[in-house]
Design a protein around this ligand. Sequence first.
Ligand code: COA
Length: 416
Amino acid sequence: MSKPLEGIKIIDFTHVQAGPACTQMLAWFGADVIKVERPGAGDVTRSQLRDIPGVDALYFTMLNSNKRSLTLDTKTAEGKEILTKLIKESDVLVENFGPGALDRMGFTWEHIRELNPGMIVASVKGFSEGHHYEDLKVYENVAQCAGGAASTTGFDDGPPTVSAAALGDSNTGMHLAIGILTALRARDKTGKGQKVAVSMQDSVLNLCRVKMRDQQRLDRVGYLEEYPQYPHGSFSDVVPRGGNAGGGGQPGWVLKCKGWETDPNAYIYFTIQGHAWAPICRAIGKEEWIDDPAYMTAQARQDKIFDIFAVIEDWLKDKTKFEAVDILRKFDIPCSPVLTMKELANDPSLRASGTIVEVDHKERGKYLTVGSPIKFSDLKVDIKGSPLLGEHTDEILESMGYSQQQIAALHERRVV
Ligand code: COA
């Protein structure tokens, strides 16, 4: 079956996580993604946090599947010549170097456009062009702090906290993928390429929009009723950290289940959905609350929401997180066990759906990786292992018209 992005050639000048996550997804959907890496070293994640000496680290293998690897020193004249040829025959160039690196290499947007007017140049930077921090190099947690996630995550009595979810990295990569696909669609209509730029700060902020909503509500009314600080605590003039409170109009919290004293993940997330009040009361054996004016509306419950959670926790104390959810799901209550990475890795549903897949790597053997979270009716996404450093250098150069002798000479001079 042909893949939707087949025929799209991508020069993948990305490293670490934000860029690679983007190009990996495009590779899954059929694009020919050529990862361009420095000879001898490659993407720094190949050697970061290694679990097997001398073998590409999982950090790399989990972000670079389905790609081909070309080693190329783009700071040499011959390297620039090869890159120039590649640009002329490709559709997209994706990069997430530090600010100005591509220009310093001699490949400005203007120059690339001259070489190939249909080229889409897609970039990730920490901050957007023209921003007063545009010169900064940025990693994940820096972006979470700059984009509003850290100041609003954690508990009121603790410091700003970053999330384990890669809001700055992979999230930015997903935004970039949407930008690239949009630019490809535009090119179908006009024949022209364009520059697509996504900043990590903007991408984090895009996911923190409810906190921007809350800032404006706070400015107007001085309190936020769904935060644990209300009604007994106090608010300053900035959105506080809300702990585990639900971010919408439905109060929620992480609640202890059987075994929490020894198992740090024996918890469920429980949501008190307004219209599910009666089923909740039935589920936890508090039918008397259903029509009690002190409990029957969300407003009436607000000042005693933590007392209500305490009652639910009492009901949970002889149930494991899985048993609790199995009961609550029958009452249509939005909830989930707090799942560990180990539980997720072994979850039969995630294996069956292809969300977690086992793939083969030439040196590492089998390893687990995350498959496509997007499911299609007419596309089966096959996840392959990541390429070794320079694994496809010769075949790519040959397809560009270089002879065996020329390729050997390029190797000798360490251009590739
Ligand atoms: N051949 C020759 N040189 C190469 C090369 C190749 N194939 N690939 C990269 N390089 C060079 C670049 O030209 C650049 O050189 P220069 O600074 O002398 O011009 C250098 O390698 C790479 O620089 P940089 O990307 O700034 O690397 P870094 O390790 O100092 O910084 C980041 C890493 C991630 C902080 C930085 O790239 C960055 O801020 N990127 C944008 C935001 C981002 O994506 N962050 C990471 C999210 S996971």
